[in-house]
Design a protein around this ligand. Structure first.
Ligand code: PLP
Length: 338
């Protein structure tokens, strides 16, 4: 594309050529519509604006050395959006239509897919919202599904490295029996105050504890948590964390390299026994943790003295990226090649 400086891209929004939309009206979803507008026209009483009927997804497309574009695990995102829709009583968007919409929006914005060498990628953002005008608290009758794309820079501009995270007990992201397992905007709204406090204190994220007992690790704002010890990949089991597709993928890769995997409650004190710890999600794949500061108790759990990531985090990170960019074979069928 003529004037994008691929190496200057951050995780920001840029208008691209087209987005794809589908409308749920009179009990059925419309065919996909192509739009070149970056705006929506909504009733002021739409349920998404008042009662948070909004769920979203995030996935990426990568350009390989061979010039081909690869989309990572879009069926998983389609399924998760259905789960989120169910969780806040929205009309589920059909899986096949979701995949068709994602392929369509990427194909129509091919000039925005960053070149292989840049280490950047095309971020794909599907969105599902309640659109009918009503003031009573009940699910909308009408919905809009829209998917847009924007090119984003490599998460690690100065190379793969660790960052510190902080624990703040006076904030919760999601309730144990609430909406934490759904990818909904409301959870993000709840995370903005603690997120801002943590960023000002120099942390890249908040590590949330379980909201009820404040004893177990939950997740890190927009990313799941994992720890590594004794050749074992350990990630929290909790009723208030979002099932990360990156985490699911790393679990498979860990097993493939002969590691054990445990998904169970992780008491905070167990951090002291981990050899490595990290956050995982679509944005960074793995963001290795330098140290966890338990801010309330002035206690620190250190995983990297000099800032370098641990060897297993590094191995898993490069393995997953190699599959995403097509540098290595994809034995799992994770990638859709366009
Ligand atoms: C999206 C998200 C993640 C990461 O999920 P991926 O599918 O790996 O991108 C983790 N936690 C929360 C709260 C999220 O919203």
């Amino acid at each position: 594309m003529e004037n994008i400086n691929w190496s200057d891209l951050t995780f920001g929004y840029m208008k691209t050529d087209y987005n794809v939309r589908s409308y749920y009206r009179n009990g059925k979803w419309s065919d996909l519509e192509i739009s070149d507008s970056e705006h929506l026209n909504l009733p002021i009483a739409a349920t998404c604006l008042h009662y948070g009927q909004e769920a979203f997804e995030g996935l990426k497309a990568f350009k390989g050395k061979d010039g081909k574009i690869r989309i990572f695990r879009m069926r998983e995102n389609a399924l998760r959006l259905q789960s989120s829709a169910w969780g806040i009583r929205m009309e589920a968007f059909p899986i096949e239509q979701f995949e068709k919409a994602v392929v369509e929006v990427v194909n129509r914005n091919r000039r925005f897919v960053p070149p292989y060498e840049s280490g950047a990628s095309l971020y794909i953002r599907p969105l599902l919202i309640g659109t009918s005008a009503q003031v009573g608290v009940k699910p909308a009758q009408e919905y809009l599904f829209v998917v847009f794309v924007t090119p984003v820079g490599p998460y690690f501009k100065e190379g793969f490295k660790t960052t510190p995270v902080g624990i703040y007990r006076e904030y919760d992201r999601a309730a144990p029996l609430g909406t934490g397992t759904y990818k909904v905007g409301g959870n993000y709204a709840a995370s903005l105050v603690p997120g801002e406090i943590a960023h000002k204190a120099g942390y890249s994220a908040v590590l949330y504890l379980d909201a009820k007992e404040k004893k177990y690790l939950d997740e890190c704002g927009p990313a799941n948590f994992f720890g590594i010890k004794n050749n074992t990949y350990i990630t929290p089991a909790s009723s208030s964390i979002l099932p990360s597709i990156t985490n699911k993928s790393l679990i498979q890769l860990a097993e493939a390299i002969g590691m054990k995997v445990e998904r169970r409650q992780i008491p905070l004190e167990e951090l002291a026994t981990f050899e490595e710890a990290g956050m995982c999600g679509t944005a960074a794949v793995i963001s290795p943790i330098q140290r966890v500061d338990d801010v309330d108790n002035q206690q620190s759990y250190i995983f990297s003295k000099d800032g370098t990531p641990g060897p297993i985090s590094e191995r898993l990170y490069y393995k997953l990226r190699a599959i995403q960019y097509g540098d290595e074979a994809d034995p799992y069928g994770w990638v859709t090649v366009l």
